[in-house]
Design a protein around this ligand. Structure first.
Ligand SMILES: Cc1cc2nc3c(=O)[nH]c(=O)nc-3n(C[C@H](O)[C@H](O)[C@H](O)COP(=O)(O)O)c2cc1C
Length: 203
């Protein structure tokens, strides 16, 4: 029996057309296609259609859903849509470069839109509890010179924490770091990591 995996792909590079992380994301999706599962794919370029949260957004979010004015519900519509996509997915493929030691602002905007108390996490007797379960995430991270896992990497642990916070513990990071040092070695190393994490099924 063929199963279908619902994949949500998110690309954060500001340089989409020439992006190494996007190219590696393509390879990862192709690899998943070869793994024997049927794929239902939705893709989102995080440079498009995102907004930063603001005081209206925070006010609307703090207002119980049944008491929201129509304009407050409208202010949360994008967040609702992004969360619906996340809930829909079995598997998230996120590609991102490191910008100034952290994540691109577009990706941070997405994170601020999808971390919503009562919907993707809640505070229980033992502290925060993630509400999204049974999902896995592959994250491709590119850097120019900074080694992932080094003291100047504020991407890897941060993203692991964000996904853990909303209930997703199964996070695999594919490192394509130090691209400006040896691009081929970094790229080929990332391809090898993808192929090890997602073995193809023999035809
Ligand atoms: C605005 C900007 C900031 C960057 N900051 C860093 C950085 O802090 N550390 C680093 O190692 N590389 C940095 N880089 C290099 C990128 O991470 C690197 O070129 C990466 O391969 C780009 O990925 P992409 O091709 O998918 O866009 C930066 C690049 C840009 C454009």
């Amino acid at each position: 029996m063929t199963t279908t995996t619902r994949i949500l792909r998110l690309d954060a590079s500001a340089n989409q057309a020439a992006s190494t992380s996007v190219k590696l994301g393509d390879h990862l999706i192709e690899r998943l296609r070869q793994s024997g599962t049927q794929i239902d794919l939705r893709s989102r370029d995080l440079n498009q259609d995102l907004r930063f949260i603001d005081s209206d957004w925070i006010g609307a979010n703090l207002t119980p859903a049944e008491q929201r004015a129509p304009e407050q519900s409208a202010r949360l519509a994008l967040s609702d849509r992004l969360i619906d996509e996340l809930k829909w997915a079995d598997h998230i493929v996120l590609t991102t470069p490191m910008y100034n030691f952290g994540i691109p602002a577009t990706l941070k905007a997405w994170i601020d839109q999808v971390c919503r108390a009562g919907i993707t996490f809640r505070y229980g007797p033992n502290g925060p509890e993630g509400l999204l379960a049974n999902k896995r995430v592959d994250i491709v991270v590119t850097t120019g010179g900074a080694p992932l896992g080094s003291p100047v990497d504020f991407v890897s642990d941060y993203l692991r924490q964000v996904f853990r916070f909303i209930g997703i513990d199964d996070v695999n990071i594919v490192a394509a770091d130090k691209m400006n040092v040896d691009a081929d070695a970094s790229y080929n190393g990332a391809i090898a990591q993808i192929e090890t994490a997602h073995p193809a099924v023999a035809a």
